[in-house]
Design a binder for this molecule. Structure first.
Ligand code: ADP
Ligand code: MG
Length: 684
């Protein structure tokens, strides 16, 4: 019976509504009664500001009550029809004016008392323009009201929606059950669900509206975090000692010795901490944050090697085929020497070859599998998967992590992100993850010099500078502007850029990389660039993450105002990876203040954490964490950047609840809400 709130909207006979209304409601994305009740106003028309005329001081939105003294109508020179009434309430007078509504004159009765709702304008006497008005006689006791303002479309009017919600709230109250456990709502004084739904749509006053908003903020986070943390709790609880690590480290040591550098302190710290957790048989669930170039790949490899050496298989997933391939090429040789079979598994491997590989994964011959994120969706069966590392994934949402876990293949999971966010924020957003931070760059890196280019003269200079560097043997990336997601357009923009580059830098070999090319073509180009057969690589965003060609010391980003701050920082991180002084040129003619601010921040700092913070100030969190991060980006009441306090509160509430109830959710209504919330997460 408590499920009935999720009943489809068509099955509910709302009195007075016909087929058409139902169709139009559905166009707003409302499919169930629940959707309708949770179709909250985007704002309110607050008509509670009642004033005596004598107290009016200036322009504002208010309600006055007064008797009509005179009514006149006239036409101005430019044919504007005006109806004007003079009003008093005994404390002063105002003029009420309507434009182009001559018919009103008849309904305004001298000597009658009316309520007027509208905006005050300054004038010889204060004026109210085009107000709504009601005869006082017809109002029982008007104390003002707060009306909801909904997002509507051309098919459904504000008034229709208001009526629908009024009727639904009246007639379907009995389908609304409290979904917040009583202990919690008592302890944190959370407004009752029925009342809150009524008040969020038709508030009695501002105070209770605030309480209702707070309630829904807590409610939506509670559902989200319960879902996430419950899984975590159960995994932790049931998964404990599901696997055993003997602590062998021979191969790990050999690998470390093979490196031509020393691990940084920060790398060691993260590795040691995770080894320790693995040794204890804990199910690990980590977010490793490290700025671009901080050496996350090595960390990933060392964690995977450890798991493999101790008897399990590992997976390394990357967001693009280019990156997956790069990981494969850079590890293949050393792994072979260490006697470990590894395999690249991408969409382009098909047929017999693929079958053979899948078989070898299943029987455990292949120890490390590298591929793109699509690996999650495929029917890869493992013999004994011990660890999944997801590289360069700042957009890998709660939902996808959950999908992994639900598939049952997940034991240990590490997500590596180069879009750092403040630790407290990370902890609260990724409620189910531990956070490790690599807050140090390998020694000897020369800071990248960044310059914003906004004139033709500077651009000419830039090209001669680049020529000099290319003559010295360096290589350069040119990134084409982001037009939209369409691959066709992105291909076009790379071709245009190629033309420009070739007119300036005729004597050099130019390669191109864009989304319309096949994976094989991309691979070939990438290899050519890596082996210095190409001097210049023109590319779309596909090189945003992970690509590592240390000899490339220049990156030029065209129309850079079209990219987000974090993306620009990521792109810049493609250079500065070797011994050479590196340069980043941001080409932009923008005059938009926010864009200018972004470009200046990049000129001034190389610190990813600082950039992330600035980015948070300039943008909404949803954009940063990606729209796919279902559950996070569609939070209506929580600004995850600024409401850290509420997030922490809810996280504590949820953790406590789960502990007390052994990971069980005792309230069936809440359970149903969680189920509904995560229902679609597999599809994202
Ligand atoms: P990111 O954190 O951006 O993924 P990478 O793992 O691609 O960084 O590392 C960038 C470069 O730094 C690579 O060429 C890698 O070999 C090198 N590197 C990693 N760790 C160290 C270290 N401790 N000292 C010197 N170079 C390192
Ligand atoms: Mg990387």
């Amino acid at each position: 019976m408590y499920n009935k709130i999720y009943e489809e909207i068509e099955n509910i006979k709302i009195q007075g509504f016909n087929e058409k209304v139902y169709k139009n409601i559905k166009k707003l994305g409302i499919k169930s009664l629940h959707d309708l009740l949770y179709y909250f106003p985007r704002g309110y028309d607050n008509r509670t500001n009642m004033k005596k005329i004598g107290d009016i001081r200036g322009e504002e939105y208010l309600v006055v009550k007064g008797v009509i003294l005179t009514v006149t109508s006239q036409s101005t020179k430019n044919k504007l029809k005006i109806v004007k009434a003079r009003i008093t309430d005994g404390t002063g007078i105002i003029d009420v004016i309507w434009f182009q509504m001559p018919y009103l004159k008849k309904s305004l009765k001298i000597g009658e008392e009316y309520i007027f709702i509208g905006n005050i304008k300054n004038g010889y006497v204060f004026q109210m323009i085009n107000p709504e008005f009601k005869l006082v006689k017809n109002q029982q006791s008007y104390t003002g009201e707060i009306l909801p303002i909904y997002s509507t479309n051309k098919d459904i009017s504000q008034n229709t929606l208001r009526n629908i919600l009024k009727i639904v709230l009246e007639n379907y109250k009995d389908r609304i059950y409290e979904n917040i456990p009583k202990d919690i709502s008592d302890k944190y004084k959370i407004l009752d669900r029925k009342i809150a739904l009524q008040e969020i749509h038709f508030p009695s006053d501002e105070k209770i509206l605030e309480d209702a908003k707070r309630r829904f903020a807590i409610e939506e986070l509670l559902i989200l975090e319960m879902g996430i943390l419950q899984k975590r709790f159960l995994v932790d609880f049931q998964g404990r000692n599901k696997y055993q690590i003997e602590g062998k480290k021979e191969i790990v040591k050999k690998y470390v010795e093979s490196l031509n550098f020393q691990l940084t302190k920060a790398q060691k710290k993260v590795i040691t901490e995770i080894y320790k957790n693995l040794n204890e048989g804990r199910i690990i669930n980590y977010l490793i944050q490290g700025d671009v170039g901080s050496g996350k790949t090595v960390v990933a490899i060392l964690l995977l090697l450890y798991i493999i050496e101790n008897g399990y298989q590992g997976v390394l997933m990357a967001p693009t085929e280019i990156l997956a391939t790069q990981h494969y090429l850079s590890t293949e040789e050393i792994f072979r020497k260490l006697g470990i079979d590894i395999q690249l598994l991408t969409g382009s491997i098909k047929g017999k070859k693929r079958e053979k590989i899948l078989e070898n994964i299943k029987n455990g011959n292949i120890k490390l599998i590298l591929g793109t994120h699509a690996l999650i969706q495929e029917d890869v069966e493992f013999k004994n998967l011990g660890l999944i590392v997801i590289d360069e994934q700042h957009r890998f949402g709660v939902a996808q992590r959950k999908a992994l876990r639900d598939k049952g293949i997940l034991s240990n999971l590490i997500v590596m992100s180069a879009t750092p966010i403040p630790r407290s924020l990370a902890l609260s957003i990724y409620g189910d993850l531990d956070v490790g931070i690599i807050d140090e760059l390998p020694p000897g890196r020369k800071p990248i010099k960044t310059k914003w280019i906004n004139t033709e003269i500077d651009k000419e200079k830039m090209y001669s500078f680049i020529r000099k560097k290319l003559q010295e043997g360096r290589q350069a990336y040119f990134v084409a502007p982001l037009i939209d997601e369409s691959e066709k357009l992105s291909a076009k923009s790379t071709l245009e850029l190629k033309e420009e580059v070739e007119t300036y830098l005729k004597e050099f070999k130019v390669g191109i990389l864009h989304g319309r090319m096949s994976n094989i073509e991309k691979d070939v180009t990438m290899k050519e660039f890596k082996n210095k057969k190409l001097d210049i690589l023109i590319s779309t965003l596909v090189i945003e993450v992970g690509v590592n060609v240390p000899n490339a010391s220049i990156i030029v980003i065209s129309d850079s105002e079209r990219f987000g701050l974090s993306t620009l920082h990521q792109l810049r991180g493609r250079v500065g990876r070797g011994e050479h002084q590196s340069y980043c040129f941001l080409i932009s003619k923008t005059e938009n203040a926010t864009s200018e601010a972004r470009l200046k921040i990049l000129e001034e700092t190389l610190d990813g954490f600082k950039i992330a913070e600035e980015d948070l100030k300039l943008r909404k969190a949803g954009e940063i964490f990606g729209t796919k991060q279902s559950g996070i980006s569609d939070l209506k009441f929580i600004d995850i950047v600024h409401d850290v306090k509420t997030i922490k509160l809810v996280k504590d509430i949820v953790t406590e609840y789960l502990k007390e109830n052994n990971g069980k959710i005792k309230n069936p209504i809440l359970e149903k809400d969680i189920e509904e919330k995560f229902k679609d997460s597999l599809t994202s």
